[in-house]
Design a binder for this molecule. Structure first.
Ligand SMILES: [Zn+2]
Length: 312
C-alpha cells in the first residue's frame, strides 16, 4: 500500500495547482457551453441481484470530506458494511485545510474494504467541456487515486449522470463503465435527514426480491452522515420483521393445513459490498481483482505486468 510521503504529497499539490489553473482558464468556455446531456444509463443501474433477496449497494459521491466521510466510514465500520466512494481529485490536492485528513481517509477507506471510484478531478460536466478537458478530468483523477491507493480505478460515476455519445466513446476507450443509481434522495437539495430517510426506506420497502438498488448519497452533505445510521437501522429492523414473518409462515404451514397462508413476499434486504458488485458486473481480469480481496490487490499489481501509474 502506497503511503503518500512528503514528496508525493508535494507532487500531488503541484499537480492540483496545475489542473486547477488549467481549468480556471476554461471557465469562460464552460459558461457558454450547453448544459450536460441528461441522458439515462438504464443498463448501468442496480439490475439483478446476486441471489433471491433484494439487494442494496451503498455509494457516496463528491468526497472525501475530512469529517463527513470519516463519520460515514465510522458508521460502516461499526456495522461491517462496504460501500463505493466516488471521489474527486480536487479534494486530495491543493493546500486546503484538512488535506492531510482527507488523504488519510482515502487510505482508510481502501484498508477497510471499500472501493474508490472516479468522479473526475473537478466534478466536471464531461459532455459540456472540450474533449481534451473531459479526458484530462477522467485520466488525471484516475492517476491521482491509483497513486494514493495502489489500486486500479476502473469504476466511475459521471458527475450529474451526464451522458452523450462522445463520453460513451471516451469511457469505452478506457474500459470504464459509468455506475448509475436507482435511489437518489436529493439530500443535497432539501438538507432534511427525515426526508432522506423517508425516501430511501419507502423505496427499499418496495424493492422486489431478486432486484438490486444502488443508493446515491453525498459524503459532502451533513444529511448523509445523519441519515445513514437511520437507514441502516430501518433495514436491520425490517429484516428482523421479514425473518419473523418467514418463520411464522413456515410454522403455519406445518400446523394449519387448509387455511390460507400469507406468504412473506419480501426476503430480508442484503447490503452487498462494492467488491461483490464488481465481481458480478465486471469480467476477468477485474473479476480476479475483486476475488483476490482488496488488500491483496496492491501486492498483485506490484508482481504482475499491471503497473501502478506514476504520479503525474
Ligand atoms: Zn457528484
Amino acid at each position: 500500500m502506497l503511503k503518500p510521503g512528503r514528496d508525493l504529497r508535494r507532487d500531488l499539490r503541484a499537480h492540483g495547482r496545475l489542473v486547477i489553473s488549467f481549468l480556471l482558464a476554461l471557465v469562460a468556455a464552460m459558461a457558454v457551453s450547453s448544459s450536460a446531456h441528461a441522458g439515462q444509463w438504464p443498463e448501468e443501474k442496480g439490475g439483478q441481484a446476486l441471489g433471491e433477496a433484494p439487494e442494496l449497494l451503498l455509494t457516496f459521491d463528491d468526497g472525501p470530506h475530512e469529517t463527513l466521510s470519516k463519520s460515514i466510514l465510522d458508521t460502516l465500520k461499526e456495522r461491517n458494511y462496504k460501500a463505493i466512494f466516488f471521489w474527486t481529485g480536487r479534494r486530495v490536492t491543493g493546500e486546503k485545510a484538512g488535506l492531510d485528513e482527507r488523504l488519510a481517509l482515502v487510505q482508510r477507506a481502501v484498508r477497510e474494504g471499500h472501493l474508490v471510484g472516479n468522479h473526475t478531478v473537478n466534478h466536471a460536466k464531461l459532455c459540456s467541456v472540450k474533449k481534451e478537458e473531459a479526458e484530462q478530468e477522467i485520466d488525471d483523477n484516475r492517476k491521482l487515486y491509483e497513486t494514493l491507493t495502489g489500486l486500479p480505478m476502473f469504476l466511475m460515476r459521471v458527475p450529474y449522470g451526464a451522458r452523450c455519445k462522445r463520453l460513451e466513446k471516451m469511457l469505452a476507450e478506457r474500459n470504464i463503465r459509468h455506475t448509475h443509481w436507482d435511489l437518489d434522495p436529493q439530500e443535497f437539495r432539501h438538507h432534511s435527514t427525515d426526508l432522506a430517510v423517508q425516501y430511501v426506506t419507502r423505496k427499499l420497502a418496495r424493492l422486489e426480491n431478486g432486484k438490486r438498488a444502488i443508493l446515491l448519497m453525498h459524503d459532502t452533505q451533513p444529511v448523509t452522515a445523519t441519515a445513514l445510521p437511520r437507514i441502516l437501522d430501518w433495514i436491520e429492523e425490517e429484516n428482523v420483521r421479514r425473518l419473523e414473518a418467514l418463520s411464522s409462515t413456515l410454522d403455519d404451514q406445518g400446523k394449519r393445513k387448509g387455511r390460507r397462508q400469507r406468504r412473506p413476499d419480501k426476503l430480508p434486504i442484503r447490503i452487498i459490498s462494492g467488491s461483490e458488485f464488481v465481481g458480478q458486473r465486471y469480467p476477468a481480469p477485474l473479476l480476479g481483482v475483486a476475488e483476490a480481496g482488496l488488500l491483496e490487490v496492491g501486492q498483485m499489481l506490484r508482481t504482475t505486468s499491471l503497473q501502478i501509474l506514476p504520479h503525474p
